[in-house]
Design a binder for this molecule. Structure first.
Ligand SMILES: [Zn+2]
Length: 157
């Protein structure tokens, strides 16, 4: 099959003129409004990205996204990191406070059990998570990399 060259396709040429593009070239596909930039990514990898609550989105599955990536959230002097819009996260969003966000498993913080419960992660529900020993074990054994198998972080499409 021969594919006709787009250069000979009049509607495209008209469109190109309309856009003011005189010459053919590569299109810049990167959109910093919707895609994380290199420096944002760097800070996210370090778990040191400072983000305004207004720039976060809660996805349909209740996980949290910034532009085209999922992430975890925490804040100063807080022992947990959050993976979903649990009550504590929502409270902080309503106060329009900033968050610290990251992509890799934090070594100095435990996963928030309320978030896992909200996501029904690993079959966790309210009844089971009331068992303190179980919640504690889950926190200790939680692997963000496993979580990402179900909820890939980056890139979101
Ligand atoms: Zn939480």
């Amino acid at each position: 099959m021969r594919i006709k060259s787009f250069e000979d396709f009049e509607p495209f040429n008209k469109l190109r003129k309309k856009m003011g593009a005189d010459t053919l070239g590569d299109f810049e596909l990167f959109d910093p409004q919707r895609q994380i930039t290199y420096s944002e990514r760097e800070l996210l990898e370090l778990g040191e990205f400072d983000v305004e609550s207004g720039r976060l989105r809660v996805l349909k599955d209740k996980t949290i996204a910034f532009k085209n990536t999922r992430l975890w959230l925490t804040w100063p002097d807080h022992n947990n990191f959050h993976l979903a819009a649990c009550e504590q996260v929502q409270k902080r969003r309503h106060k329009k406070s900033n968050f610290i966000a990251g992509l890799n498993q934090p070594t100095d913080r435990y996963v928030c059990i309320d978030c896992l419960q909200l996501l029904k992660y690993d079959g966790l529900d309210a009844r089971r998570s009331r068992r303190l020993d179980l919640a504690e074990t889950m926190q200790k054994e939680f692997k963000l990399d496993d979580f990402k198998q179900n909820y890939p972080f980056y890139p979101l499409v």
